[in-house]
Design a protein around this ligand. Structure first.
Ligand SMILES: [Ca+2]
Ligand SMILES: [Ca+2]
Ligand SMILES: [Ca+2]
Length: 337
């Protein structure tokens, strides 16, 4: 309804967006094109209220979407020093395989995948202080029958994304929540907007604020439409239903290549990505959310001839957790700088 009126409103916003990229200290308004809508029929969403802004997610794409206001946390530039020596997370590893470490922002809780129980399952360890070593892990029992793998925690530890088996038998992205850190996880829900008939996994939320759903998400998929060989994809919360919906997913600009890019970690500001390609860990940055990532750098001090993979880092980029089968089977490691 009121498509003409809505379009006029959007054109007015377009003119405003073209005249500025606004920073108010805690949020960033980013916007470029508004003349092409998702369905090619002109904008029809009349819910635009000033808290929702257009974001050109792919500079060369014909897909422009209306996304919700994005937080812009101020985080430090990557340190220039290399990571120091790599250490095994001895208390978490076993004779079986471990990978996919993911932590809460306070570094008091770690989840990972292990097949020590005979099948790949999610395990966790909780500590009282981030300077303490990790106690022996326990099985995440309430998720143990879902064939869950590749876990990724939200900063507050109340949302968990993971890969599970979809209706077509391929990997899809599931999400579950819990009321607090000691409550069990609720029944997981398959995210239809993020899942395809191809393998979809490694979903990492970012642009998180306290008490608000993450407004960005990056994941790995074998779906076509990227550079090929497995690519990293990005999406943002878009207008409608209180900013709960995901916009159409798009390949991460400037990062994907014809070989495989996989298992991303993205910092909460959306400006730093660490991922695996060619069996090695790479870091790549960009100056702002509307720019492409450029010039990925191998983390040579961490990489070996084995498949070094599954990074998780703290905000300051001074600690990294990852997995590697460098000693035979996959184990969890960490390093600092
Ligand atoms: Ca899938
Ligand atoms: Ca690729
Ligand atoms: Ca390697």
């Amino acid at each position: 309804m009121m498509a003409g009126r809505s379009y006029l409103l959007l054109v007015l916003v377009f003119l405003t967006a073209c005249s500025h990229i606004g920073f108010d200290g805690s949020h960033v308004d980013v916007g470029v094109h508004l003349d092409i809508s998702l369905d090619g029929q002109g904008p029809t969403d009349s819910s635009l209220d000033g808290s929702q802004v257009p974001l050109d997610m792919a500079p060369d794409s014909s897909v422009d979407v209306m996304v919700c206001t994005l937080p812009s946390p101020t985080l430090p530039a990557p340190p220039s020093a290399p990571f120091g020596g790599v250490s095994l997370l001895t208390s978490l590893n076993s004779p079986a395989s471990e990978d996919d470490p993911t932590l809460t922002a306070d570094e008091l809780e770690i989840y990972f995948e292990s097949n020590r129980g005979g099948t790949p399952q999610l395990w966790r360890s909780v500590r009282r202080d981030p300077t303490l070593s990790w106690p022996a892990p326990e099985l995440v029992a309430e998720l143990s029958t879902t064939r869950a793998n590749t876990p990724r925690l939200s900063r507050d530890g109340l949302t968990l994304y993971f890969a599970g088996v979809g209706p077509g038998g391929d990997e899809d992205i599931f999400v579950t929540t819990r009321a607090d850190r000691t409550s069990p996880w609720l029944d997981p829900v398959r995210d239809e907007a993020l899942s395809s008939e191809f393998s979809d996994t490694g979903a990492v939320p970012f642009l998180e604020e306290s008490g608000v759903e993450a407004r960005g998400l990056v994941f790995y998929s074998l779906r076509p439409g990227g550079a090929g060989g497995g690519d990293l994809w990005i999406t943002f919360r878009t207008t409608g239903v209180s900013c709960h919906l995901w916009s159409p997913v798009l390949p991460l600009v400037g990062l994907n290549t014809p070989v495989s890019e996989a298992n991303p970690w993205i910092r909460n500001d959306g400006l730093v990505v660490v991922y695996q390609t060619g069996g090695d860990l790479f870091m790549v940055t960009r100056p702002d959310l509307t720019s492409a990532f450029v010039a990925p750098q191998a983390l040579t001090e961490l990489n070996t001839a084995a498949n070094d993979d599954d990074p998780w880092l703290n905000d300051a980029l001074t600690k990294i957790y990852f997995s590697s089968p460098r000693t035979g089977n996959a184990e969890l490691y960490w390093a600092s700088r």
